[in-house]
Design a protein around this ligand. Sequence first.
Ligand SMILES: CC(C)(COP(=O)(O)OP(=O)(O)OC[C@H]1O[C@@H](n2cnc3c(N)ncnc32)[C@H](O)[C@@H]1OP(=O)(O)O)[C@@H](O)C(=O)NCCC(=O)NCCS
Length: 290
Amino acid sequence: MPTFKLRRAGFLDLPAAARTCSLAFDDDVLFGRLIHPYRRSYPGDVDKYWYRRFVVDFWDWSHVFLVTTGPDAADKTKEVVTGFAHWSRIAPGWRENYRAGWGLSGLDPRRLLQPLCRLLMSFLAFVSPNRAASKEDELIIERSYNYLDHIWTGDRSESWYLECLAVHPDYQRQGQGRALVGWGLQQALKEGIACSVIAADGKERFYQACGFDVGPVGRSGEGEGNPLREVPGGLVFFHEKRGVVLPDRELGSWTYGHGVFDWDNWEKQAEARRHKMSLIDGFSTAPGTH
Ligand SMILES: CC(C)(COP(=O)(O)OP(=O)(O)OC[C@H]1O[C@@H](n2cnc3c(N)ncnc32)[C@H](O)[C@@H]1OP(=O)(O)O)[C@@H](O)C(=O)NCCC(=O)NCCS
C-alpha cells in the first residue's frame, strides 16, 4: 500500500518542489555538478534555479505540476512534499494544445501572466542572483533547446513530455517516481499521443521500467555545436502514440557521448527488432498472403 498521496501542485507548493529538486539533483552531473559548482557554499540558492523556472511555467496552461506528499513526521496532521513532477504538452503550436483542452484562447487575458512572471523573474535574477550557479553554464539547457527539434516531429509531434522529476532522497524507492511518471503516460494514452522524456545518466532503466519502451531516439548533446555535447546521459525515450511503430534510429554521430548506457546491448536488441520486422514484412508481401 503506498503511504504517499499524489495530487496536482498548487502555486504554494512550488517552494517545496524547488527544495525537493535541489536535494534530489545535488549530485547530478548536470544540475548539480556542472550548473551549480558553488552549491556547497550557497545551498539555499539552488532553490532559486528551480523555483524561478517553475513559477514561469506554472502560468502556461499546457504545463502540469504534480507533487507526492506524506504526513509530516513532527505533526501528522500536516503534509510534506516528498516528490515532484513537471509535465508539459509538446505540440507544433498553441492551437493543438488549446483544442486538446490544454491551453488558453488567443484573446484570454491570462496569457499575460506568463510573460509578466518571466519579466519579474529576470528582475529577481538581477537583484538576487543564484550564487551557487556557474555564470557560463547556468543557462546551458536553454542554449541547447533547438538541437533536438527534429525528434518531436511526425507521429511524435504531440507528446506529454516529462520536464523534471525528483523524489526527496529520504523517500526514494517507494514507488513515488513511478507514480509521478505514470500520470503522463496515462494522460498520453487517454489523448492518443506520445509520451517522452530525456533521462539523466543512469536513470535509463528506471524510465524503461516505468513504460518508456522506445529509445534512445536521440541525445540531449547531439548536433554540431551543442553545448551539452560532453555532458553524460541525456538519452531521449518515448512511449509511442497508440498504433505507431517506428524503426530504431541507426547508430551515428548522435550516439557520441559519455554515460553508463549499454549501447552494445541496445544495438543487439535493435538488430533483433529489425530482423523480426523484415520477417513480418517479407511474410505480408509474400504471394498468397493477401
Ligand atoms: C529517479 C527517481 C525520480 C526515481 O524515483 P523513486 O521514487 O526512487 O523510484 P520508484 O521507487 O518509483 O522506482 C520505480 C522502479 O524503478 C526502479 N528504479 C528506481 N531508481 C532506479 C535507478 N536509478 N536505476 C534503475 N532502476 C531504478 C525501482 O527499483 C523500481 O522498480 P520496481 O518497481 O521493479 O521495484 C529518484 O531516484 C530521483 O529523484 N533521483 C534524483 C533526480 C533524478 O535523477 N531525476 C530524474 C531526472 S531525468
